[in-house]
Design a protein around this ligand. Structure first.
Ligand code: SF4
Ligand code: SF4
Length: 201
């Protein structure tokens, strides 16, 4: 059962709203997102419930659930949301906050998704685009499934879908600068939050 806590000041809601650019308080629990979502049946907490958990500052329960990790970012839900909430961005914001808090669901599937997520981001930082062959190889190595999908490789190579050589985008420096700016902004926000917490004590 959900327990109402900290309704006066919900820091979790503020953080999710800030990261997602949406106002979760606008959700009126119609459930259209659940009926549209292709994976809601596999989620421990449905997208509608995710909104409610955020409003109730139930961050740890959300971090421990598979829901935000199962989200495909397909946007079917937000296309039908009558309150125009960017649900995939909300899911992503919760996922990032879970990573920051270092709380992941206790499931090998989610751990694999997290590894895929980390490799994906590191590829983007290194090349500015995806290098599929390396992504596949690193993922298989890090998850101990050395020959996973290996049978698909010849076909994919034949169709030019898997390249042996990595290609970098032209303005990789610019992209790196964007990552650095984002990190700087995040730490400035964190410092401001810490300072205002300190003042209110
Ligand atoms: S469709 Fe929008 S308003 Fe309806 S429950 Fe989902 S998030 Fe809330
Ligand atoms: S974006 Fe995520 S929550 Fe929304 S419909 Fe797609 S999978 Fe479901």
């Amino acid at each position: 059962m959900l327990v109402l806590k900290n309704l006066q000041h919900n820091e979790f809601l503020e953080k999710v709203n800030q990261k997602s650019g949406s106002n979760v308080l606008n959700c009126y629990q119609c459930g259209k997102c659940v009926s549209t979502c292709p994976v809601s049946g596999y989620m421990e907490i449905t997208p509608r419930q995710v909104m409610q958990y955020i409003k109730l500052a139930e961050d740890e329960k959300l971090f421990a659930a598979n829901s935000t990790w199962y989200c495909l970012t397909c946007s079917s839900c937000s296309a039908r949301c009558p309150r125009e909430i960017e649900i995939p961005r909300v899911m992503e914001a919760v996922r990032h906050l879970a990573i920051e808090a270092n709380i992941l669901p206790d499931s090998s599937k989610i751990k694999s998704i997290k590894k895929f997520h980390d490799i994906f981001i590191s590829m983007i930082k290194r090349y500015g685009k995806m290098f599929e062959l390396r992504l596949m190889a690193e993922f298989n190595l890090r998850t101990g499934q050395f020959f996973k999908d290996i049978a698909l490789a010849p076909k994919a190579i034949g169709k030019g879908k898997l390249k042996f050589k990595s290609e970098k985008i032209k303005n990789l420096k610019g992209l790196k600068r964007l990552f650095e700016m984002n990190q700087k902004l995040e730490s400035e926000i964190q410092n401001t939050e810490n300072a205002s917490k300190h003042e209110s004590k």
